[in-house]
Design a protein. Sequence first.
Length: 202
Amino acid sequence: MKGNFCLTQKANGAKENLDSALLLHENLILDTMKKFVLSTLYITIISFGFSQDFKINSSESIVEFNYLSEEAVGTIKGVSGTIHFDINNLSESFFETKVNISSINTSNKTRDKHLNSPDYFHTEKYPYLIFKSESLKMEESEFVLAGNLTIKEISKNEEIRFTYKDNVFEGRCVIYSNDYEIKKQKTREKSKILVKITVPVI
């Protein structure tokens, strides 16, 4: 009887070990299948949802700026142009946009008039700020867009870092007024302008 009891214990123990191994194996299979399905779904969404031409919602788009040394904070509204964004092939993406500088608003009408004058942007002669992309890459969680920014017929290579979420492109960059002869400061650093760009698309 004692021998039979020991054999029964061993058999039950072996069965429990086998059941545990089978359960672990099933969980691993389910986890692998889950990851595969999620990965496939993500790739499908990326492939079909992020390779397209976008229509800019100009009425809601805005460029915000902070001219640090002049203590001038303001906005320029109405971005327009062409955006082709292909997340699967960034080299095929391109951005060609412009904004009418005469819409500049710093909450000071006298200053706004002065900014439109030949001393600054001279918008009667040079009405648009124009950007044309040359390359696009991804760094960590954001995209880096390089291209030519043209102000007053002066073109400089600039870099815009942006994200895309919920049909909105949101970017930021730094430019210098000395580079575009908007207003010459004693040093280039004093001519720094922080820029934020928000472009909803349809």
